[in-house]
Design a protein around this ligand. Structure first.
Ligand SMILES: [Mg+2]
Length: 271
């Protein structure tokens, strides 16, 4: 069994830890040189601010909405990330730090996974002040689905365990195929052309079709959605790959936003 632990609105949460009066208030964090929005608290999301919104274009609106704006502070986020990861180490024999705000844990052989996940979540909150979501399942791709579900549906209380097909199949049937870990825009379009719109439909495609049209990587993703693990834990992976340097120039931003409206400036995973 794998768990993926993902910090909620990580940069925004880091800033808020040290300013308690901002609890429950909308806040956003800006990219290098204050170019665009790269993190939002839930309150800022609810006000309609998007990842990649250009700061000078929304500056006045932010002021009117009373949103607290932070320049990014990567030294702080790196330090908070280390604290979160150190706390997580106590909850599994092996861990893969997947990005600055995400880690996979190996929970093979653990009992009562829901209680373990809840304990982990409460401990990270207590030690660091950072809220996290936890997804637990027999494969990394399903764990990502579980994590996504825990984040979107409040009744899970931040922890979702998908132990068997009866748990994950209805969730996959309601999940857009483009939300699956590792399914990029190009494959999403190809799948739509094929009439495949949900993660469940994708997982039921034939191995031959998958291999031919989406290579062995697509086949593995489908197998993982069926509960067959194809991705091992990589304990030596380091967090640096996730730190994206973004620079902004008026013209280029417009090009970038038009041609790739869903692009994210901070890559903290595939969602
Ligand atoms: Mg996150």
């Amino acid at each position: 069994m794998f768990a993926i632990v993902d910090c909620n609105n990580f940069y925004a949460s880091c800033e808020r830890v040290f300013v308690p009066r901002l609890r429950g208030k909308p806040i956003v964090v800006l990219s290098n040189n204050d170019g665009c929005i790269i993190a939002r608290s839930n309150e800022a999301k609810a006000l309609g601010y998007k990842m990649g919104d250009v700061y000078f274009q929304v500056k006045e609106r932010l002021r009117k909405d009373g949103v607290c704006v932070f320049s990014s502070n990567y030294a702080l986020y790196g330090d908070m990330s280390r604290r979160v990861m150190q706390t997580l180490e106590a909850f599994a024999p092996e861990m893969e730090v997947y990005s600055i705000d995400e880690a996979f844990l190996d929970l093979t052989g653990f009992r009562d996974l829901l209680a373990h996940g809840q304990r982990l979540r409460a401990t990270v909150r207590q030690h660091t002040g950072i809220p996290v979501g936890v997804g637990i399942a027999p494969t990394k791709t399903l764990a990502k689905v579980a994590n996504f579900t825990a984040k979107k549906q409040p009744q899970y209380n931040g922890v979702c365990v998908l132990e068997s097909p009866t748990h994950w199949e209805p969730i996959l049937a309601a999940l857009e195929v483009g939300e699956v870990w590792g399914i990029g825009r190009q494959h999403e379009n190809r799948l739509h052309a094929q009439g495949v719109t949900t993660a469940f439909e994708f997982s039921q495609l034939s191995d031959t079709w998958l291999r031919k049209n989406m290579s062995v990587v697509g086949l593995r993703t489908a197998q993982e959605l069926r509960g067959i693990p194809c991705n091992e834990l990589k304990p030596e992976a380091d967090a640096r790959k996730s730190v994206t340097v973004s620079r902004s120039f008026g013209q280029r931003i417009r090009w970038w936003r038009k041609s790739n409206p869903k692009a994210r400036t901070v890559s903290s995973g595939w969602w």
